[in-house]
Design a protein around this ligand. Sequence first.
Ligand SMILES: NC(=O)c1ccc[n+]([C@@H]2O[C@H](COP(=O)([O-])OP(=O)(O)OC[C@H]3O[C@@H](n4cnc5c(N)ncnc54)[C@H](O)[C@@H]3O)[C@@H](O)[C@H]2O)c1
Ligand SMILES: [Zn+2]
Length: 335
Amino acid sequence: MALVNLNFPASYDDMAAALPGCSGIYVVADRNVSSLYAQPIIKALEHAGAPVKGLMEIRCSERLKTYKNVEKIQSWLIARGADRNALLLAVGGGITTDLVGFAACTYKRGIKYANVPTTLLAMVDAGIGGKTGCNIGSYKNMAGIIKQPHTTFIMPWFCRSLSRKLFCDGYAELLKTFIIGDAEAYDIAVKDKDHKRLDELISRAASIKAKIVEADPDEAGLRKVLNLGHSFAHAIEFKSAHAWLPWHRHISHGQAVAMGMIMAARMSEELKLAQAGLADRLTSDFRSLGLPTESPWDFEALRPIMRTDKKSKDGKVSFILIASIGKVVMKDIGL
Ligand SMILES: NC(=O)c1ccc[n+]([C@@H]2O[C@H](COP(=O)([O-])OP(=O)(O)OC[C@H]3O[C@@H](n4cnc5c(N)ncnc54)[C@H](O)[C@@H]3O)[C@@H](O)[C@H]2O)c1
Ligand SMILES: [Zn+2]
């Protein structure tokens, strides 16, 4: 069995056969998608004879991505008598898969879990790779464990219920994955304005992420390429959270990643790692897809925040830079 298992079921009826034997399946779902997706999934699992023991609906927001809510999930498991051979099934976006995965990894020193990502972002990123965790105060993802889910079930049709903003957030991460490792898919993703090839694109992006995770499950090196655009993005998100101009507030993670990738492309050109014109090309591609392209803050304004990023070391930040679309390089840069 591979370390990272992706499963693309044609219908819910195909899911039961892909789950491991266990004493009980405990489903934890984002309450916003529970009736739409979790409940029909449970029906299909029960129909196939799978031992579903209950459904817990949780509210999801960064503010609620806490130890307290991990504990709530675990208390629910205790109340239902879940033993070490139980399986937790997460149904929701990245907050749900991160929280539920963490609850599984720390319940009775670790039980199995599987993911059903329901946002595009979670299908191509958060739901794959085994990074689980929660926030501590305002520090994002400060607690956590890396342990692979048994399976990640990817059902692209869930994207139909996403708002345009949530869809665009996920699309930014999809483009990021292709800039890292699939130039051909990048071109398709830019041209595919009516999303006729979305299923194929999701499958290609998820598979690239899976391959990178397989090569470096503990994020010792190669896996860091997935942070393309993210050093800038985290600083942009920080500035946005503290901005006083209303139109600078509410920059989402995906929007910040889109801006961050363009800043990374510009930096790559300045360092002569990429040919001139790369940043302009990304700008016009992203704009054509409705993604924002200009960070309200320039490099100088973001520099002090990037210096203090949890991933910086001795004032040096590992930037992922773009040599060409489909090829990235890592470079430590002193700030
Ligand atoms: N573990 C990882 O490797 C990894 C990678 C990237 C991001 N993350 C984490 O993922 C989180 C962000 O994930 P997210 O954007 O999926 O956030 P999320 O889980 O908050 O979902 C966003 C919103 O979409 C709603 N939603 C979910 N599925 C829907 C659907 N099909 N239709 C309509 N609405 C739906 C949710 O109720 C929520 O309001 C962050 O906490 C981030 O730290 C983790
Ligand atoms: Zn991201």
